[in-house]
Design a protein around this ligand. Structure first.
Ligand code: TXA
Ligand code: MG
Length: 336
């Protein structure tokens, strides 16, 4: 299949493809999404096929208004309404009871549905002009880092999808926060662009899903079931400070390995390739997936990064690094 490049000004072309049941990559403020008509089984199957995504993992439906969310949700509890008022359009996906209007492939057979209003003019215009709710997972091949530029999408999906709308690099760089509002108190299932602290300022205390709090508190379960967001070379989190990171790097290099390092400042390391995530957590979020993809263009065999404190924006960055590492954490003090 030929994959068309679509300019953000060519919304009509995107709408034509979406209404014909095709799937196209669209920019959002978090990461690029692979969009298709949420009510069209054929389109949704194309999304799963193009990504190679397991069919038991549900998709988020993107809407352009609260009224459109009402079209897909059975009810919107008051807590969810307050979240919509505070954070939409924005990087918050709200899980609500589904009314069955979306394709059952979107919800993976669950009786709940994830809804989000993206804060991106091109995405909002595609939704409004087409009149469709757009199911859109991140536009990467399953298991790869999410795409933060149209180039990343093209690297993964050229020939597999009808079009790519190029809206330049995404602003936030990590995916939306996913919060389950089907039970009380609301539970964060995936940390992302909207922080737990910001959410709690609006609706009071929320719960972190058990998996998330385990990995943040006691990161010691090497080899999780699936590795996500992963570069080809194995990634390891290193407990401790810069000295510990440097010691691990030089020890591995002494055994002949080509080593990569990710750092949260502009400093260099003895690693063969050092990539900087900038000096703030916001920049780290923006650059993270690009950096993970960049390592694939080098010959490094192992990648090391310091473990960071999982609070605020850093919770999302930590979670993606932890998953990319498949939970592998090195504790130099214990090994010494
Ligand atoms: O920022 C984002 O959220 C991006 C952009 C494109 O909007 N999309 C995205 O989609 O990250 P995806 O499919 O890569 O991640 C969706 C997440 C998955 O972890 C999925 O399991 C969860 O949301 N999810 C979706 N519907 C759900 C539901 N009904 N119940 C529980 N989790 C759900
Ligand atoms: Mg994804």
């Amino acid at each position: 299949m030929e994959t068309k490049w679509i300019k953000p000004t060519e919304v009509e072309e995107g709408v034509r493809l979406l209404q014909a049941g095709e799937v196209i990559a669209m920019p959002t403020e978090t990461v690029y999404g692979l969009a298709g008509d949420a009510t069209n089984d054929v389109a949704i199957k194309k999304i799963f096929e193009a990504k190679g995504r397991p069919s038991d993992n549900p998709l988020i439906v993107h809407v352009a208004s609260v009224e459109q969310a009402e079209h897909f949700a059975q009810t919107i509890p008051p807590v969810a309404r307050r979240l919509m008022e505070a954070f939409w359009p924005g990087a918050l996906t709200i899980i609500l009871p589904s009314n069955g209007r979306a394709s059952s492939f979107v919800t993976a057979g669950l009786d709940s549905i994830g809804l989000r209003m993206p804060n991106h003019p091109a995405a909002l215009e595609l939704i409004r002009t087409s009149g469709l709710g757009l199911a859109a997972p991140s536009a990467n091949r399953s298991g790869r880092p999410s795409p933060t530029s149209a180039r990343h999408v093209a690297d993964d999906l050229t020939g597999r999808i009808a079009g790519i709308m190029d809206g330049g690099p995404t602003g936030i760089g990590v995916e939306s926060t996913v919060i389950d509002c089907t039970a009380e108190p609301a539970t964060i299932l995936r940390p992302g662009g909207v922080t737990k602290e910001a959410i709690e300022a609006v609706i009071g205390p929320v719960i972190l899903d058990a998996n998330l709090s385990d990995e943040a508190a006691a990161p010691r379960s090497p080899g999780m079931k699936y590795t996500h967001y992963a570069p080809s070379a194995p990634l390891y989190l290193v407990e401790g400070g810069r000295d510990d990171l440097v010691r691990v790097i030089t020890t591995r290099q002494a055994t002949g390995k080509r080593v990569g390092a990710l750092v949260f400042d502009e400093a260099t390391t003895p690693a063969d390739v050092t990539l900087s995530l900038g000096i703030s957590m916001e920049t780290a979020a923006q650059r993270l997936y690009e950096a993970l993809r960049k390592f694939d263009e080098t010959d490094v065999e192992e990648i090391y990064v310091n473990r960071i404190e999982p609070t605020g924006v850093a919770l999302a960055v930590y979670n993606r690094l932890y998953k990319a590492a498949g939970g592998k954490v090195i504790r130099p003090q214990e090994e010494a």
